[in-house]
Write a protein that binds this ligand. Sequence first.
Ligand SMILES: NC(=O)c1ccc[n+]([C@@H]2O[C@H](COP(=O)([O-])OP(=O)(O)OC[C@H]3O[C@@H](n4cnc5c(N)ncnc54)[C@H](OP(=O)(O)O)[C@@H]3O)[C@@H](O)[C@H]2O)c1
Length: 249
Amino acid sequence: MDADFSELHGKTAIVTGASSGIGLATARLLAKNGVRVGLVSRSKETLEELSGKLPGSRPIPADMTKIPQIKKMVAAAMKQFGRIDILINNAGQGYDAPVEKTGIGTFRYIYDLNVIGPLVAMQQVIPCMRAQGGGSIINISSGTALMNLPGMSAYSSSKRALAGISLAARLELQADKIVVSVVYPYITRTNFEKNTIHVVPEPEDNREPAGRYPPDSAEFVAEKIVGGIVSGEPEIFSHDWMKAPRSGA
Ligand SMILES: NC(=O)c1ccc[n+]([C@@H]2O[C@H](COP(=O)([O-])OP(=O)(O)OC[C@H]3O[C@@H](n4cnc5c(N)ncnc54)[C@H](OP(=O)(O)O)[C@@H]3O)[C@@H](O)[C@H]2O)c1
């Protein structure tokens, strides 16, 4: 049986990266529990089609690497819903490259998307949430933020930065009843691996990431994320064993 999150009924949320994978499963789970969701990604048509299937949702296309578009997106969500109770900063992308071969332009792009985009979205929603008397911000980091992984320095460090920002903001915003949490998903079956930028192209038959345990489903991670909104825990791990620092997948 699906977990019951009906206490969220009537709330409003922004979910970035809602067109695919973890964001899509999270948007679906929220809508199923009566949350009105602003669906954000670059794929306008996909979001429009999805919005038709999720009652109360609205497509709000935006490129999360473009600061003016992020500001417009939050303003549009406020205009549509009148309030923003939940922000889920989920849009993100991987970049596999050894430090020596890391392209500075690509590194900057990954930081724009994985760190600065979420930071700007937080800056836009904080005044709205403060004026409303509170809210929840959930930032999707990664299990790689807890590990030292050769070939993943740009991505894993961007996710460490996002976790650090989240936990500092949590303390800063406590008095405003704005609860900031960070989620660390384990390897999850989505388009993430396909969309990861590889400095050395991967062979076609080597797309499935190798981990110690089988990958999770996006729906499993969505339950962790929505559960985190309800529990307000600072750090949410897909699996308890991820809490111990480790050096490999
Ligand atoms: N899958 C995993 O194994 C895994 C593990 C740990 C953490 N994560 C994290 O989980 C989050 C979701 O990833 P996923 O696995 O669901 O991957 P995914 O299937 O590739 O989905 C990524 C989402 O981000 C959106 N996105 C990408 N670039 C964007 C941009 N510039 N502006 C706006 N939206 C953008 C994509 O939408 P458009 O292309 O339509 O813009 C898509 O909706 C990411 O932050 C990822 O780092 C994933």
